[in-house]
Design a protein. Structure first.
Length: 255
């Protein structure tokens, strides 16, 4: 699945959303945005504009997202990735990001990785549970996460960056939780502390990307996803606005 997303963030609009609507209404609004943004390779507009001084100054950002390509088991993974890259280059999006379950770090996958690297702009990765095992439950820890990180050219398992006054956070949901056996679905304490500090250090509207959803732990989501949600909720409350405006995940193979 791949799509292009367009955002025009605004503190003023996000404050109105938080103050004038119930949490249920906010969740509906976010879901409507996500539904729009995930249709094919189309662009969706989130109704936010950045306020600079006394003037409204739109700062739109457009990015491409693809999830769960599963190179190591899907016969047409190269073709599907090529279609995505061609479309993102055509649309000239600001950056692309894959949401995990992409490919394991082997020589056989170098051609697949070259397709990804043919995008003419910044490219970002999220680690998935199948990016170290080759989709084999017999070898759930076939490769170390650090090996995949180096192979893909990531700077770290989890990280953040800014793009056009939007803050983007990438989390790694593959830490080992208490008593867990592979596949792990957890965000460890050191990463949670980093996440909280990272959100506290930015004044920009923020997007969060993680392979496993912070919701539905009973359905493959993060088992401590409630802790991740609380950090985002606390950041919104402390900022007096909706600092985190959306969280994207893959893994579940459902739109």
């Amino acid at each position: 699945m791949g799509s292009a997303v367009k955002l025009c963030p605004s503190r003023r609009a996000s404050s109105r959303l938080q103050e004038g609507q119930s949490m249920h209404q906010q969740n509906i609004r976010r879901r409507q945005f996500l539904n729009l943004s995930m249709i094919g390779a189309t662009a969706a507009l989130y109704p936010f504009e950045r306020v600079v001084g006394n003037e409204s100054k739109p700062e739109p950002i457009r990015f491409g997202v693809i999830a769960d390509v599963h190179k190591d088991v899907m016969h047409d993974a190269d073709q599907r990735l090529q279609v995505f890259i061609d479309e993102m280059n055509k649309q000239q999006v600001d950056f692309i990001l894959q949401l995990g379950d992409f490919c394991i770090p082997t020589n056989e996958n170098l051609g697949f990785l070259e397709i990804w690297n043919s995008f003419m702009g910044p490219r970002y990765h999220v680690l998935g549970n199948h990016d170290t095992d080759g989709n084999s439950t017999d070898h759930p820890e076939r490769f170390k996460r650090e090996t995949t990180v180096e192979y893909w050219g990531m700077k770290h398992r989890y990280y953040s960056f800014d793009q056009k006054q939007i803050h983007i956070v990438v989390l790694d949901g593959n830490d080992q939780g208490p008593g867990q056996k592979p596949y792990y679905r957890w965000v460890a304490e050191d990463q949670l502390a980093w996440f909280a500090n990272d959100l506290a250090s930015t004044s920009f509207p923020t997007l969060v990307f993680v392979h496993q959803s912070p919701e539905r732990p009973e359905d493959g989501g993060l088992e401590n996803g409630r802790q991740v949600q609380k950090i985002m909720e606390d950041a919104n409350r402390k900022a007096g606005e909706q600092r985190v405006i959306a969280c994207f995940s893959g893994h579940h193979h459902r739109d």
